[in-house]
Write a protein that binds this ligand. Structure first.
Ligand SMILES: *Cc1c(COP(=O)(O)O)cnc(C)c1O
Length: 378
């Protein structure tokens, strides 16, 4: 028996797996911290990563946080939002929890069937005199209809805060994705396209908001003073986390290139299969290739999502139902807000599957995943 091959066949493949820089590079970064013993509070690693990210994202300002969720809460809090925020139900729980925790009500808008982002043509009908902001999500790295959303925001004087947790490093029509909206949140969680283990950032237009963002992160304090005029908690990114970010940013292009290879295998093998729908690949997006969702349409084939999921699981491959259930179905959301139907979001949530996609997945493994799915259709 070829045990090597056997162990490869039997090892679990999860939907994602964090990448790690060469250990020596991280130790090199840490050595300086051992010299200074400054481990948090916007030290030298924080400031260097902040500078490098501003350059990378092509923006003049970015504040970094302990995680993406708190970065999103910070982004909402600096605009003193109240009342209703229009968002998508087809997202990670964080988006909607951030709205609730800022004392606002989420109002759910349906999504497009081709890229699963918020359906901009349905937003205007949801705007009331209570609406203060729109919080769209660039889900799976698909970019929302930024022009239409921006025009609505201008017309009704609303803030636009993008949840760009999935869209780090992307460009849209050759512009950095960080340029759209009043504020943009990126997550640097270990499973995202760029990571600091845990971390996140807010990119924002109005430089007068810097003080408030920093105060949100550090107990309401105006940094460098004895004054605590704002509400704030602790959302600081430690020096050890920032050091990880410095290492990972150096390898970003290389990791992205490998995920691109995986996505191209999936697209080639599954692209023209009746019953399997791929997300629209908008050529004006330069992508980060972190997610590969497929939608399993049962009608005409008799194959449904649960069958695909189970078949993959039999081979120790764990695709995930991202994003199901819809956020609008959470008990806490139903308790605190009322919302209408979003039939397209429901349709997709009932049928979507995110396939394993990460840099260390091999071409052979991706091929095998496709074959297991295609075998179901024989
Ligand atoms: C990951 C994620 C978040 C939260 O980011 P964390 O860094 O995990 O706190 C928010 N929104 C979406 C869409 C995400 O995928």
């Amino acid at each position: 028996m070829n045990t090597n091959q056997n162990s490869d066949q039997n090892s679990d493949i999860l939907v994602t797996k964090p990448y790690l820089p060469p250990l020596g590079e991280y130790i090199q970064e840490l050595r300086e911290l051992w010299d200074t013993a400054i481990l948090s509070n916007q030290g030298v690693k924080y400031r260097q990563l902040q500078k490098e990210l501003q350059q990378f994202l092509g923006v003049p300002q970015a504040e970094l946080f302990a995680n993406g969720h708190l970065a999103l809460e910070a982004a909402l809090s600096i605009f003193d939002l109240h009342g209703e925020i229009i968002t998508t139900p087809f997202t990670f729980a964080s988006t909607v929890q951030a709205i609730l925790r800022c004392g606002c009500n989420p109002v759910f808008c349906d999504i497009n069937d081709y890229d699963f982002t918020i359906d901009a043509s349905k937003i205007e009908a949801l705007i009331t005199d209570k609406t203060t902001a729109i919080l769209p999500v660039h889900v799976y790295g698909n970019i929302c209809a930024t022009d239409e959303i921006g025009a609505l925001a201008d017309k009704y004087k609303l803030k636009v805060i993008y949840d760009a947790a999935h869209a780090f490093g992307e460009t849209y029509r050759s512009r950095s994705i960080a340029e759209f909206g009043d504020a943009v949140m990126f997550s640097f969680h270990a499973t995202k396209s760029f990571h600091t283990v845990e971390g996140g950032c807010v990119v924002y237009k109005d430089s007068s908001l810097t003080e408030r963002l920093q105060a949100f992160r550090q107990f309401g304090q105006v940094l460098g003073t004895d004054s605590f005029p704002y509400l704030g908690g602790n959302a600081k990114l430690s020096e050890l986390h920032a050091a990880m970010g410095l290492c990972n940013l150096r390898h970003y292009a290389e990791f992205t290139e490998r995920r691109k290879m995986i996505c191209s295998i999936y697209a080639r093998e599954l692209g023209n299969k009746p019953g399997i729908k791929l997300s629209y690949n908008d050529p004006s997006i330069k992508r980060n290739y972190t997610y590969f969702p497929i939608v399993i349409e049962e009608s005409g084939t008799g194959i449904n999502r649960e069958m695909v999921l189970a078949s993959l699981q039999n081979h120790h491959i764990y695709a995930r139902k991202y994003f199901s259930p819809l956020c609008s179905n959470f008990a806490i959301v139903k308790q605190l807000s009322s919302s209408g139907d979003t039939p397209m979001a429901k349709h997709v949530a009932d049928r979507v599957l995110a396939l394993p996609c990460y840099d260390s997945l091999t071409a052979d493994q991706a091929q095998r995943i496709c074959q297991i799915i295609l075998d179901l259709y024989k």
